[in-house]
Design a binder for this molecule. Sequence first.
Ligand code: C2O
Ligand code: CU
Length: 479
Amino acid sequence: MNVSRRTFLKTTLTAVLASGLPLFPPWPARAAADRKVREFRLSASPAKVNLGLGSDFTAWTYNGRVPGPEIRVREGETIRVVLKNFLPEGTTIHWHGVPVPYLMDGVPEVTQKAVNPGESFVYEFEATPAGSYIYHSHVNYQLDQGLYGALIIEPSHEHNPHDREYTLVLEDWVMRDGGGVADTRRRPPMGMMMRGMGRGREGFRTGQEPLLEPVYDGYAINGRVYPGAEPLTVETGERVKLRILNASSATIYELALAGHTLTITHVDANPVKPVDTDVVRIGMGERYDVEFVADNPGAWFLAARERGFGEGALRVPIIYKGVSSKEAVPPLFRRGMRLASYWDFQALHPMDLSAAGPPQRLYSQTLSGGMHSAFWTINGYVYPNSERLVVGKGERVRISYGNQSMMPHPMHLHGHFFKLINPSLPPEQWILKDTVIVDPMQRIDIEFLADNPGKWFHHCHNLYHMEAGMANVVVYRSE
Ligand code: C2O
Ligand code: CU
């Protein structure tokens, strides 16, 4: 089943309706009773963790560990997650990227009431489409305290077999009790007035000013900070797949694997025509599936480029079986390396939105803030006092982002994949994503088909920008 199934079916449906043909579904109807239910239990609770470097500290965890357990299911199965809250405050779980029914979307005050301490909530939805996702809390700063994990939906049939697969969850940590919120100040390049510093972590929701950005001292992969990391093993000749998930709260990484070319096969769960690259840039909430051929025996680092925040410390050794040298070679970030950009990608399964007609709605979203205020805004508004983007079911909606700030903003829309508009490609080649980095002073346009009625959060996935107001809600008319 193709990852763009929802949109594809809707488009097909619209075309069928328009053609006046009798309406028989072109896909086999599947009785709900046939669906296999996979049940998972996630307990949100404070726990002592150790990232392999430094001492133990208290994080907020699912089932006592960071990241939370990987949830892995097959496409078409039903996921049921029983969340039990042992935290001292309310919590929710959001299934980042999965177009779930909106009551399952886990956004406090938008789709549900936060689950109170001592209480439970059951999330249930169909696992579709296949791909790499992140689940995480959507309350306060809980994402930066450790409440996230990988959600992997395997395809119902594998098209592109590989010999070995690893999931890599990227994390930014303040390795102290409380995690990221424990050490928050204006980051060095933004040396403006420190308004709002150290005013508690409720931010403007309680009438106080929000936190500024944290200064991290641990960049972890799967809960381990190098050199505390376990090496990944590969064997000569294998085709290795890495699912790279950026669950960090405020860090964009540029990753390279020494001695190897990476081939990007999926972007935010969606298959793309394979692109070879030396460097993968991944923003908060983004996922890249990459493959490489293990044809260069040795010990190598998969590592991030240092951009001035210490994120160059993010690394994990990849060691070939039978290689005795434990001294891994880091990638050399040099001029002229290939860095895959959004504009290098084309959809693997071309898909046209045009059955829904030209865009019926256009929303301009100016992203700004940060320099002279502690708030981050969209069109000058601070969530929850922000605009509502009203859409009608079946409409084709365009959002035009303009970033008028000096920081990148990975913008994320809940409940839908959107097409990233690439003016140099025909529309059916545009790729589907759910999170897109809008760089400083850049303009980026997206389009989505309004095919999932509800109320959908839409925000910057820098947690500290979101909490400082950079969010609004897409609302279906007559909801
Ligand atoms: Cu992963 Cu509203 O976020
Ligand atoms: Cu932002």
